[in-house]
Design a protein around this ligand. Structure first.
Ligand SMILES: *Cc1c(COP(=O)(O)O)cnc(C)c1O
Length: 825
């Protein structure tokens, strides 16, 4: 083996590690090109030897993964430093994205893709006798989020690096991310997730960047000024992960805070032999960054959660002010250099905390502190569901953050004084602090996440505040990064796209429109179909391995993957599946299109109704998958533990995207965009970003069904609506009858009586009302799928018209409409 030291030669020029690739690219001397993998190979071996301390013959897959990760990370550091230096040198405004969740997934392969080193990495590892894809799969997902909201934050970090927006993401370095899901007799079991048990190679610990975070205590008056005397403190210690953009042109920082005790250890108690008590302060502090709350779209008024929110926010704001003061002295200039985005209300304490830091700690008068804070802050609303809107009992809020309780009341009366609302709009109301109203009042822009959602934020969520502050609410339709969700996750399709329209589409996704010129070309369609089939063959093998079910890649792969929630209506899907199964059994020789129904998703541990839906899907799967009458025509699979890595496997292999939420309930959805990019037409309602997907792709390439938001609201006014809908539908009657009889729970025939009863009598999410329309849309899907040429054309049109849903477009729009930041590259 050759050892190449930093300072290897390349094309006659001495280059530093990390720049070799750039210097060599554009050089057509093939001998020089060969240097690239050999350099990377040497780097991997150097890390294996000197960083891991392992001899190659004894190295495990973990050791190889770590060695490769460190070698790849080295290539990120130079562009990262360069970007940071430029931001300082040019004294640029920066974005600070505050989020309690970053649902990142794996990093290694994504980093190699953005650095243009994926093929080299694969080649190098093969030359070392290692399989690159196995190494990639050895990496645990960084699952520091629940679902869409956390994944959006991760896509935004990647897009901000790609478009050259100077930015920091701020979050919590949870020791345990989202729980691992297993099924036991069809029921969800939660196990702790342990991503930090192995070394996380992508982060740099920054013990020198630590801040004291105060809690509790009381507020005293000294010299006529309020002084917060905290009752307890913890330390927030930084860990930085560089985030590299497409082609390595820019990199930003994701800074995650770990909670540490301000006092490590009680030596006096230890010396007295009281070992448990001696470790107490440490254990207590660490609970703050111990676990991610697994509730998605619901919240519980738990004190620890409020402390986590303040921990993240205060650490971030102290860090932001420290960085600002490094080059500036006038705090009124803060908005010229600082844009702070609050991802939902979770960091909404940023409003009062920034006011406190500016006024109590830096002497700005209250009103100036207010105006300065407001000009910095933006608030993204993610939901209309009332159970998701954070409200803290003033008792809890005042106990944990006594000074902030006073400031919130001051903000409330300032708002009343300044804008004199026609009637009382309280941030504090009925002994609760309402975080939505607080975030709204403190932000200069409030945004919804799809056109429909932003309209409903104006009309239904904040109608009075909207009248008082016209123009403050704007729309920013979500997006997803095409590097991870197309280039990396769907290699066969990405290669076909490049072959057809050339490169450059990865960072300019509107270029995909160029595919439209080819959809009527049978040769192109055959290649498109072949790429989809390759993904389906791979998924079929994986399903066999992981679920023990044999599925045919020729069947229609119909996929619904997302958190399990009543409003997302997995129940509608599985009931229609039962109906379909019943119809096949009634007429087994009809010309059925074979289907594989794929479900994926976790329920919040305390959400009993969602857990029952999981149990029911698994019970139906057991019966259907063992039915000899339907075995070649219908299969149901529900792999355990849906996460980002599973999404990357399932979505490229999907034929049909299930986006069937009750109209008016899904803020945007981003899963819907990933499917569209990967050439899976949607069956869906007019909800969230589906509306815009339909508009972009055209009605002929979308299976629309169901009530609209207005119709849904109207329908609920009739307390008998579900009974009437069921009685008017023979298929619905049959399905509910089978379920009630215990056909899917032979060992406990009454298991789903409660579920059936709820559909009959309390069907708030309108499963019954939309059932027939959904059933009819599914029949149209079958008919369309049978016409191969037309189907593949439709699939290709979905990819071709998905350009709008790149998160690069979303980020550029935030930059001009909220942050007032130009791109640095
Ligand atoms: C994209 C994504 C989501 C969001 O899916 P929706 O269908 O928009 O709810 C949730 N979880 C994971 C792992 C994702 O990748």
């Amino acid at each position: 083996m050759t050892r190449i030291s930093p300072g290897a030669t390349c094309g006659g020029k001495v280059t530093r590690l990390g720049w070799i690739r750039n210097v060599c690219q554009g050089d057509d001397n093939l001998d020089d090109q060969r240097l690239i993998p050999e350099t990377l190979r040497a780097e991997v071996l150097r890390h294996l030897t000197y960083t891991l301390g392992k001899d190659a013959p004894n190295a495990s897959i973990y050791d190889w993964r770590m060695a490769l990760s460190y070698a790849i990370r080295d290539h990120i550091v130079e562009p990262w430093f360069a970007a940071t230096r430029r931001t300082w040198a040019e004294d640029r405004k920066r974005v600070y994205y505050l989020s309690m969740e970053f649902l990142i997934g794996r990093i290694l392969e994504d980093a190699t893709v953005n650095l243009g080193l994926r093929d080299q990495a694969q080649e190098v590892m093969a030359s070392l006798g290692q399989d690159f894809s196995q190494i990639v799969e050895d990496e645990p997902d960084a699952a520091l989020g629940n679902g869409g909201l956390g994944r959006l934050a991760a896509c935004f970090m990647e897009s901000m690096a790609t478009v050259g927006c100077p930015a920091y993401g701020y979050g919590i370095r949870y020791e345990h991310g989202l729980f691992r899901q297993r099924f036991q007799n069809g029921q969800q079991i939660e196990a702790p997730e342990d991503w930090l048990r192995q070394t996380h190679p992508w982060e740099f610990a920054r013990p020198e960047s630590a801040y004291t975070i105060p809690f509790k205590g009381n507020v005293e008056t000294r010299d006529g000024k309020p002084v917060w005397v905290p009752g307890e403190t913890v330390l927030a210690s930084a860990h930085d992960t560089p985030v590299i953009g497409w082609q390595g042109k820019w990199a930003n920082t994701l800074r995650l805070w770990e909670a540490l005790p301000t006092q490590m250890f009680d030596l006096e108690r230890f010396n007295r032999g009281d070992y448990a008590a001696a470790a107490e302060p440490e254990a207590l502090a660490r609970t703050l960054s111990r676990v991610l709350y697994p509730d998605d779209t619901t919240y519980q008024g738990k004190e620890l959660r409020l402390k986590q929110e303040f921990f993240l926010t205060s650490a971030a704001l102290q860090d932001i002010l420290r960085r600002f003061k490094n080059g500036h002295s006038n705090l009124r200039d803060l908005p010229k250099y600082v844009a702070i985005q609050m991802n939902d209300t979770h960091p909404a304490i940023a409003g009062p905390e920034l006011v406190r830091l500016l006024s109590d700690e830096n002497g700005l008068p209250f009103e100036e502190a207010m105006e300065t804070a407001q000009a910095c802050l933006g608030y993204t609303n993610h939901t209309l569901l009332p159970e998701a809107l954070e409200r803290w009992a003033t008792f809890t809020f005042g106990a944990v953050l006594p000074r902030h309780m006073q400031i919130v009341e001051q903000i409330d009366s300032w708002h009343r004084r300044t804008y004199s609302p026609p009637h009382y709009i309280g941030i504090v109301k009925h002994q609760e602090v309402r975080m939505g109203e607080l975030a709204f009042v403190m932000a200069h822009k409030v945004n919804g996440v799809s056109a429909l959602h932003s309209d409903l934020v104006k009309k239904n969520l904040f109608p009075e505040l909207n009248r008082l502050h016209p123009g403050r609410i704007i729309n920013q339709t979500n997006g997803v990064t095409p590097r991870r969700w197309l280039k990396m996750a769907n290699r066969p399709l990405a290669d076909l796209i490049t072959e057809t329209i050339g490169d450059g589409w990865e960072a300019d996704l509107d270029k995909l429109r160029g595919l439209e010129a080819h959809v009527d070309d049978a040769a192109f369609r055959a290649k498109f179909d072949k790429s989809k089939r390759a993904n389906k063959v791979a998924l079929a093998a994986w399903i066999k391995d992981h679920c023990g079910v044999t599925v045919s890649p020729d069947a229609l792969f119909d996929v619904q993957v997302k958190r399990i929630h009543e409003y997302k209506r997995q129940l509608l899907n599985i009931l229609q599946t039962v109906s379909h199964w019943h119809a096949i059994k009634q007429d087994p020789t009809a010309n059925w299109v074979p289907r594989v129904k794929i479900f994926g998703g976790k329920s919040a541990p305390g959400y009993a109704v969602a857990k029952e839906i999981i149990h029911f899907i698994n019970d139906v799967a057991t019966v259907v998958n063992n039915d000899p009458d339907t075995k070649d025509l219908l299969k149901i699979v529900y792999p355990e533990n849906y996460n980002v890595s599973m999404a990357e496997r399932l979505i490229p292999a999907s034929d049909l995207s299930e986006q069937i939420s009750t109209a008016g309930k899904e803020a945007s959805g981003t899963g819907n965009m990933k499917f569209m990019m990967n050439g899976a037409p949607t069956i869906g309602t007019l909800d969230g970003a589906n509306v815009e997907i339909l508009q972009e792709v055209g009605a002929e390439n979308f299976f629309l069904f169901g009530l609209t938001t207005e119709e849904a609201m109207k329908r609920r006014e009739d307390p008998d609506q579900s009974r009437k809908a069921i009685e008017a539908s023979q298929p619905m009657l049959d399905v509910l009858q089978m379920v009630a009889e215990g056909r899917f729970s032979p060992d406990q025939k009454d298991r789903y009586h409660g579920l059936v009863h709820r559909v009959w009598h309390h069907d708030y999410f309108l499963v019954a009302a939309d059932f027939d329309a959904y059933n009819a849309a599914q029949a149209k899907v079958d008919a369309a799928y049978a016409d191969r040429a037309a189907w593949v054309r439709m699939a290709a049109m979905n990819t071709a018209r998905s350009g709008f849903f790149s998160s690069d477009r979303t980020i550029r729009s935030y930059m001009s409409e909220i942050w007032d930041i130009p791109a640095a590259i």
